[in-house]
Write a protein that binds this ligand. Structure first.
Ligand SMILES: [Fe+2]
Ligand SMILES: [Fe+2]
Length: 266
């Protein structure tokens, strides 16, 4: 079994220090094997914001897989936005915009969906779609396959969601790669887990997990939260850990089993 702390939308620069400290303590208590951060580490992509984000990641004290969000491309500094783009992110966070981990139980691919020009909603390129398929081509069949991106790649069953640009292309690639779970952020809305049926084949479902904003003040009607996932072959439990003003606590847990290509609540 693997335990993943899924954090998103930290927005250093518009963050709450008390919540950040409590989050560090909570994640270490939960003994996660891996932290996955799905973007918007900073509010405006400024150097001191990236320095604060870097320090936070170091203090997590765990292996971390990170992807950038739209807020990690500077907005107002036009040279940084269109020429530098993710240079600061790559300097302070990681040079690898498509990190990949296969730890023997889970295989995780991070996808950079942030774009200078598309501003908020991001995009998947055709080469990224091909990269999704090739990343998992030689992965052992017993691994749980996970893709992490800032912008939502899929809409959960029965829910409307603003998706990344070229979401249809992304879906084909995810299905082709046999991906089981996608992790995302961006909307600052926590959704512990829901399945996304395949619109083409009506067959294989992918589990959608969205994280809220972990420590930022950009709450959009929700409190701060992160997701704690426990992953076994064909079995996932996802808890939303909500900030209650003093601590993070589990308010909602969803458990799913993957049976005949569908994720069934258990
Ligand atoms: Fe955000
Ligand atoms: Fe975002």
């Amino acid at each position: 079994m693997r335990t993943i702390a899924h954090l998103s939308d930290l927005h250093f620069g518009r963050h709450d220090d008390q919540v950040a400290e409590a989050l560090l303590a909570d994640v270490s208590l939960k003994s996660a094997d891996l932290a996955i951060v799905t973007g918007d580490l900073t509010q405006r992509g400024r150097i001191h914001q990236f320095e604060a984000a870097r320090s936070f990641l170091d203090r997590l004290g765990k292996p971390v897989l990170v992807v950038p969000g739209n807020h990690d491309i500077p907005l107002y500094d036009l040279i940084q936005r269109f020429v530098g783009r993710l240079a600061r992110y790559q300097r302070f966070i990681t040079g690898d915009l498509h990190p990949f981990i296969d730890d023997g139980e889970i295989a995780v691919l991070g996808l950079n969906t942030a774009r200078s020009a598309a501003i908020a909603n991001g995009r998947v390129s055709r080469s990224q779609a091909r990269a999704i398929v090739s990343a998992f081509a030689n992965v052992s069949a017993d691994r749980t396959r996970i893709v992490a991106a800032h912008h939502p790649l899929l809409a959960p069953k029965g829910a409307a969601a603003t998706l990344v640009g070229r979401a249809v292309l992304a879906r084909e690639a995810l299905s082709g790669a046999g991906v089981h779970i996608v992790l995302g952020g961006h909307h600052h809305h926590a959704l512990s887990a829901e399945s996304a049926p395949d619109p083409v084949e009506a067959r294989r479902e992918i589990l959608v997990v969205q994280a809220g904003t972990a420590i930022s003040e950009r709450l959009r009607g929700e409190t701060n939260s992160y997701n704690l996932l426990q992953i076994q072959p064909h079995r996932v439990t996802c808890a939303i850990r909500l900030w209650d003003g003093a601590n993070f606590d589990t308010r909602e847990t969803s458990a799913f089993v993957f049976v005949d290509g569908k994720w069934v609540r258990s």
